[in-house]
Design a binder for this molecule. Structure first.
Ligand code: MIC
Ligand code: SF4
Length: 661
């Protein structure tokens, strides 16, 4: 039987296990990336593990999420990250140089290589045949130290693309279409592999918009084969020698197949407040728009801003609508500036931001109360923009720009008909990108140019808390009952007031689940243990391990949920929290405040491979909580989390320093 492209790359990197769906496999990691808000813990844990040098081919530390440095705490984090990159041997991308996924794509992403990143949109370079996966920070620390990354072998699903995109339809509409079809849970446990004649009609930047937002489907990763368009892209970066021909075998077998006819795709938009609330733009046409932002790791590239610039040439934005462009990388900004497009857009009423994540997580450009914001981003979870009850829509740069011109949501096809002189700007690549621009990049410091050789920790950079091994008896109240699709933005929001404490767990913990219940953190601390109860897809969204670390710090024992998002579940194991799956009926029956007691000896059960645990509620009735965990995850859980687990192994004289087994 032939292999899928995913299987081929995994096979080449396999260090443990078999490529059987659902089985745990260990893979070698070639490249890692981390960013400023997850990175401090990546390095603090790297240090705590006693590791002293990066072992992967490439390790890159980006400073992208909080580049405005509103508070010295952010600037201290950035200085610490530069010192850690220099000390341990990673590339360092300075604040303002751009979003990790964009800068990585421009400089390092390479077909056939594996990439692990402490950011959920790490799968972005799947668009050029790289197998890229998002994970929690400590998984990055271990991989960076040369340890394998362990994952359940995903199902590989074929997404077959036929036809070609029509006028005004874009790659963003393709992924919005898939979200409409599959929902935010539709990709869980899967790698989406794109095939078919439609592939060659899409350029690499269009492909990376699709792979980037595969994360919103919950997918482990998304990947395209490579072809002449990949070679062309790498050539523009002066990295043509990194091109490798990669495609699945003709007789590859997929777990499932989804067909998309690109010629039927029309302009789509995700309405508030979930990326899968997708409708045709025409369905919400006429809605007044107060703010439009073009940017983010999904649609912040040069080729994403260029159509907006062309549409605005000789026009201006509506007086009621503010338009902001936040390019995904400084390279993109520089290219637009050198070609005169920045000036064109400014003259049209656009406000230019530095290259940053910023507004995507509510840092700057927070929408006005009771207003509508159209963004080319990937997430519109409620409150993520920095104000509760926000109305954030997600769309392509073309749809966003049409709204900025009209002052209301409008299908660009209708705007073009109406105005008579507006043409589809089409998709155009830049001549030369990133390294291809042929000059030294002062914003990307290579390991051999490092300016530090020791860690610099400001007063806000704390220690990594450790948890005791799992107890035999676990009991406590159901501290909070939540619904479906609770995001990591609910658990630990990323807005400015909170983000600056990412390196200070005691302080950060005070904000745990505050978006759901302001009294939660205090109640959890006072209760000396307890459980969280949730519906489906608990912990979707970000890779931030703080969403497990902070509940752990507050003494939470575990989570009873109907299902879990992949990265968050791994983070729960990594911080010694018990993730038990419960059924819908029991979920309905259990209430906040109920007394929860696990009847079995939890520590022994976890170690011995017990799959079902009896949970007694109020001493009156019982439910079954299922533990779906590999042997390795069980050992990590029983030892109180990955850091304690690996430390314990070192103490017991276990050999390979970074390995977690
Ligand atoms: C996000 O888009 O939610 C983030 C902010 O990039 C996160 C990372 C973080 O929380 O630091 C992600 O996607 O993993
Ligand atoms: Fe940054 Fe937003 Fe992309 Fe996350 S989704 S990496 S916050 S631009």
């Amino acid at each position: 039987m032939g292999q899928t492209l995913t299987e081929k790359i995994l096979d080449e990197h396999l260090v443990e296990g078999d490529l059987e769906t659902g089985e745990e496999i260990g893979i070698e990691i070639d490249q890692v990336l981390t960013q400023d808000t997850t990175g401090t813990f990546v390095w603090l844990q790297f240090e705590a593990l006693g590791l002293d040098e990066v072992q992967t081919e490439i390790a890159a530390q980006y400073c992208d999420h909080q580049t405005y440095q509103f508070d010295f705490k952010n600037t201290d984090d950035h200085r610490f990250l530069r010192s850690a990159a220099g000390t341990y041997g990673a590339y360092f991308s300075r604040p303002g140089n751009g979003i990790c996924h964009n800068v990585h794509k421009e400089n390092f992403a390479a077909p056939g290589k594996t990439l692990l990143g402490s950011d959920s949109h790490t799968p972005t370079p799947g668009g050029l045949g790289q197998l890229a996966i998002g994970a929690g920070g400590i998984d990055i620390s271990v991989a960076m130290g040369g340890g394998a990354y362990y994952i359940e072998m995903p199902e590989v699903v074929e997404v077959r693309l036929e036809g070609e995109l029509g006028e005004w339809a874009t790659a963003k509409d393709v992924i919005l279409h898939l979200l409409q079809e599959l929902t935010v849970k539709g990709g869980v446990g899967k790698v989406l592999e794109y095939t078919g004649p439609g592939v060659e009609t899409l350029s690499v930047p269009e492909r990376t918009t699709i792979t980037n937002m595969g994360t919103e489907l919950g997918a482990t990763s998304s990947i395209f084969p490579t072809d002449e368009r990949t070679r062309d892209w790498l050539a523009r970066l002066d990295r043509e020698d990194e091109h490798v021909d990669l495609r699945p075998d003709d007789d590859a077998e997929y777990a499932d197949r989804i067909e998309v006819d690109l010629s039927e795709i029309e302009p789509l938009i995700a309405t508030p407040s979930m990326p899968d609330n997708v409708v045709p733009v025409r369905e919400v046409a006429g809605t007044d728009v107060d703010q439009v932002i073009i940017g983010s790791c999904t649609n912040g590239a040069y080729e994403d801003v260029l159509p907006a610039a062309k549409m605005l040439e000789g026009r201006s934005t509506d007086k009621t609508t503010e338009m902001i462009v936040a390019p995904g990388s400084k390279q993109a900004s520089e290219m637009l500036a050198r070609e005169g497009w920045t000036a064109e857009m400014m003259a049209a009423g656009v406000n230019f931001s530095e290259a940053t994540c910023g507004a995507c997580i509510g840092i700057g450009h927070v929408p006005a109360s009771d207003s509508v914001s159209l963004r080319t981003f990937n997430r519109n979870f409620e409150g993520r923009s920095g104000i509760e009850d926000d109305n954030v829509y997600l769309c392509s740069p073309e749809v966003a720009t049409a709204a900025a011109i009209a002052g209301e949501i409008v299908d660009p096809r209708d705007l073009a008909d109406d105005r008579g002189d507006l043409e589809d700007p089409g998709f155009e690549m830049g001549d030369k990108y990133g390294p291809g621009m042929g000059r030294e990049d002062p914003d990307l410091i290579a390991p051999d140019e490092a300016v530090d050789d020791d860690l610099i920790k400001g007063p806000n950079i704390g220690d990594v808390p450790l948890k005791d091994p799992l107890d035999a008896d676990l009991a406590g109240p159901a501290l909070l009952k939540m619904g479906d699709n609770i995001t990591t933005d609910h658990i630990i929001p990323a807005t400015q007031d909170i983000l600056m404490y990412r390196s200070n767990i005691p302080k950060l913990s005070e904000f745990t689940l505050s978006r759901v219940d302001e009294s939660f953190a205090q109640r959890a601390l006072e209760s000396d243990g307890g459980f969280l109860v949730a519906g489906e897809n608990y912990g979707q969204g970000s890779s931030r391990e703080h969403a497990a670390l902070c509940p752990m710090y507050l003494g939470v024992h575990g989570v009873l949920a109907q299902s879990f998002a992949r990265i968050h579940k791994a983070n729960l194991f990594n911080f010694g929290l018990l993730p038990l799956t419960i059924d819908a009926e029991d979920y309905e029956r259990i209430d906040e405040g109920d007394d929860v007691e696990i009847v079995d000896d939890v520590a022994a059960g976890v170690r011995s491979g017990q799959e079902e645990f009896t949970v007694r509620v109020n001493g009156e009735w019982e439910l079954t909580g299922a533990l779906d965990a590999s042997e390795r995850e069980r050992r990590i859980l029983a030892n109180g989390g990955k850091l304690s687990h690996v430390k314990k192994q070192h103490e017991s004289g276990s050999d390979a320093a970074p390995a977690d087994d």
